[in-house]
Design a binder for this molecule. Structure first.
Ligand code: GLU
Length: 339
């Protein structure tokens, strides 16, 4: 499919996307969709001109990504999906998985039990910072940095590693609305080179902050990062969070409504690591990025946005992905504190 082609899926044109369009009835809503997709196409073309950044190489398999690939997708809370460009190219979810795993832990154990293992404070540090445990509690600061995500991975329920992986895949699959799988080559590459993550896990083990066998926990974390998605999937997953935890197309509940707020709060304050403050200021949407080149943002009550482009900035965020979501938020006035 050419990079600029637009498709709007599915043709369930009821309701209105709340982005400045006033529409009622079939024709008005079709035109709202077309306007949104036109806008997306224009902003995609503008962001595509930026060729800065570099594909992640510290996980050797990630270096094989097509650095030119670039897709954008949206999914409204009432289930309308639009995609532009390479929105159906598979890539690994990486850290975009973290808020969803945090949600799974909250649903499985409740807020208090999860809070004993991981905090909610922004670190202002990089995603892989080593010194990242709170002084008093010895918890990792938040579930968006690697240490916190590893602590959360240790809370995935299941008797054996295969059961825990299955729980994780089923949980992520409820958000995506389809069964997801692990890219084995990337998983093995992460596992072979994940020494920093191993160091953090052992530090937490030292303080009694990890459940289960440390190598099993790390394996599950590496598998979690290696789950294969598309930009379209990420938009739909974000739309579940925009829609109070319910998948807008399947109607299935992916996350307890009471935990949606917890997940969005840490995404808002910590999801973009040491660029979170600037992102919150300029874009104003809870978001999460991953070193595979994926990024998603949630417009509460309205829609999920996502992009995929593997060239990353110094913080590990997709350059074009950030640019296009920033531009969409600006154009439609989506900042949660006012357009
Ligand atoms: N698997 C990556 C790591 O642990 C995830 C980092 C990211 O996507 O930010 O290093």
């Amino acid at each position: 499919m050419p990079s600029s082609e637009i498709r709007i899926l599915p043709a369930g044109f009821q309701g209105v996307v709340g982005c400045g369009f006033r529409a009622s009835g079939y024709n008005a809503t079709v035109s709202a969709n077309i306007e949104l997709s036109d806008l997306l196409q224009r902003l995609h073309a503008e962001a595509a001109a930026d060729r800065s950044g570099h594909v992640a190489t510290y996980i050797p398999e990630l270096a094989k990504a097509d650095s030119e690939a670039f897709g954008v997708a949206y999914c409204t809370a009432d289930g309308r999906v639009g995609v532009v460009g390479d929105a159906e190219i598979p890539f690994t979810i990486q850290s975009v998985s973290k808020p969803f795993l945090y949600g799974l832990a909250l649903d499985a154990h409740g807020r208090d039990a999860v809070a004993r293992r991981v905090g909610v404070e922004p670190t202002g540090d990089a995603f892989n910072a080593i010194i990242t445990l709170e002084q008093q509690t010895k918890r990792p600061h938040n579930p968006m940095v690697n240490a916190g995500a590893i602590a959360v991975a240790s809370m995935v329920p299941g008797a054996a590693p295969a059961d825990r992986l299955n729980h994780l895949l089923e949980g992520l699959g409820r958000y995506a609305g389809r069964r997801l799988h692990v890219d084995t080559a990337i998983y093995l590459s992460e596992r072979a080179t994940g020494h920093r993550n191993r160091a953090m896990a052992h530090l937490m083990l030292n303080f009694g902050m990890l459940e289960g066998a440390v190598e099993d926990v790390l394996d599950l974390y590496f598998q979690q990062c290696s789950v294969v998605v598309t930009a379209r999937d990420l938009a739909v997953m974000a739309a579940c969070l925009a829609n109070g935890g319910i998948h807008p197309l399947t109607g299935e509940r992916a996350l307890d409504q009471g935990h949606v707020r917890d997940v969005l709060s840490v995404m808002f304050s910590c999801g973009m690591y040491d660029a979170s403050g600037r992102w919150m200021h300029e874009v104003g949407l809870p978001a999460k990025s991953g070193v595979g080149g994926g990024i998603l943002a949630v417009v509460p009550g309205r829609m999920g946005l996502a992009a995929f482009s593997p060239r990353l900035d110094d913080h590990g965020h997709s350059v074009r992905g950030m640019a296009v979501i920033r531009a969409i938020s600006g154009a439609l006035g989506l900042h949660v504190f006012g357009g």
